[in-house]
Design a binder for this molecule. Structure first.
Ligand SMILES: NC(=O)C1=CN([C@@H]2O[C@H](COP(=O)(O)OP(=O)(O)OC[C@H]3O[C@@H](n4cnc5c(N)ncnc54)[C@H](O)[C@@H]3O)[C@@H](O)[C@H]2O)C=CC1
Ligand SMILES: O=C(CO)COP(=O)(O)O
Length: 323
């Protein structure tokens, strides 16, 4: 199974290293900017996105999207809001029978679509999978132990992909629950912004724990409405990634929340939860599900409500049974 990676950010670069190690062959790492990709090819390091980590000898940086043409598996690792455009660009270039694995975490603005829906709409006729779970690019690239979830509606394919991409330190579990995996990855980024804001505002570790637990409750309600399995949501790509992202300032989403909580300027880094919050709440509303923490994040990120007012609003909600 040969692998190409589209998207030469932190996660794409880390996954290209994993694929090159796991599969042993040449792994094209495809970015948009020819000058940046030439620089990465020359330096054998992605100094801007994943500094300090040498590229595996099998990784071949390029800006030529046609490089996907000969590969069996293509990992799509660009931000969620670009997934549709990138998938469309890929469609005529993929080889027949290619397997496309979405690695972005989020809900698409406008369509309120999760990654499996975008793949289904843009790449019919190809096999689809998702890769998600608690995994900082930097940890994976440094060979620290990591476990993720690989989802495909075709269980044989999910198991085969998981086995093919595994290394001694990168451990993919497999499932057929694509909706659960996609939802967990999308929602945890939004909830991590809330946790970061509480931390940044000095509300204490108890408040962060409450946000994680109540955030998981609202994620589970939406999961039930969408037909996700509870065990997926309680697994690596749901609770596992929520715990990682909502407790570490290494997370860009948590760091954005911290900055908002402290009243500082947001860091100039991708924080998928900021783009996803409103779309997630709209997706939930379309299924009759209320997500108060995510809705508060959407309001704060859009600048419509202050962090203080959002917290006050959450604390003023009526007391109710825990569910
Ligand atoms: N960094 C991490 O630790 C992890 C990230 N992810 C997910 O992976 C996705 C990508 O994240 P990162 O690589 O960390 O972000 P990043 O900000 O490091 O890199 C994003 C890359 O996408 C490229 N890009 C942007 N728009 C594009 C377009 N239209 N076409 C092609 N390329 C485009 C950018 O040039 C950049 O190289 C996100 O959805 C993120 O949630 C998932 C797990 C871990
Ligand atoms: O998804 C991630 C870890 O699993 C990375 O989180 P951030 O995008 O918040 O840095």
């Amino acid at each position: 199974m040969s692998v190409a990676v589209v998207g030469a950010g932190a996660w794409g670069t880390a996954l290209a290293n994993v694929a090159a190690e796991a599969c042993g062959g040449r792994t094209p790492l495809i970015g948009r900017d020819p000058a940046a990709m030439a620089e990465i090819a020359k330096a054998r390091v992605n100094a801007r996105r994943l500094p300090g980590v040498a590229l595996h000898a099998g990784v071949a940086p390029t800006a030529d999207l046609d490089a996907v043409g000969g590969e069996d598996v293509v990992l799509l690792v660009t931000p969620m809001q670009t997934l549709r455009e990138v998938a469309r660009d890929l469609a005529p270039r993929l080889k027949p029978g290619a397997i496309v694995v979405a690695c972005a975490k989020g809900v698409e603005r406008g369509a309120h679509a999760l990654p499996p829906q975008v793949l289904a709409e843009c790449l019919p006729g190809f096999a689809h999978a998702l890769l998600s779970g608690p995994s900082f690019a930097d940890d994976v690239a440094r060979g620290l132990p990591t476990a993720v979830t690989l989802a495909s509606s075709d269980e044989t394919l999910a198991a085969a992909l998981a086995a093919r991409l595994a290394t001694r330190s990168f451990r993919p579990y497999h499932t057929t629950d694509m909706t659960g995996v996609a939802l967990g990855g999308a929602a945890k980024n939004v909830l991590a912004i809330a946790a970061g804001a509480a931390e940044g505002r000095g509300l204490g570790a108890s408040a962060v724990a409450a946000l994680i637990a109540r955030g998981f409750a609202e994620l589970s309600r939406l999961g039930a409405a969408l037909g996700a399995r509870p065990e997926t949501l309680a697994g690596l790509s749901g609770l596992g990634d929520l715990v990682l992202t909502a407790t570490s300032s290494k997370s860009r989403n948590f760091a954005l929340g911290q900055a908002l909580g402290r009243g500082e300027a947001p860091p100039d880094k991708l924080a998928e939860g900021a783009a996803t919050a409103e779309a997630l709440v709209a997706l939930a509303a379309a299924h009759g599900v209320e997500m108060p923490i995510s809705a508060a994040v959407a309001e704060v990120v859009a600048g419509r409500v202050s962090v203080a007012a959002a917290i006050e609003g959450l604390l003023a909600r009526p007391l109710k049974a825990e569910a």
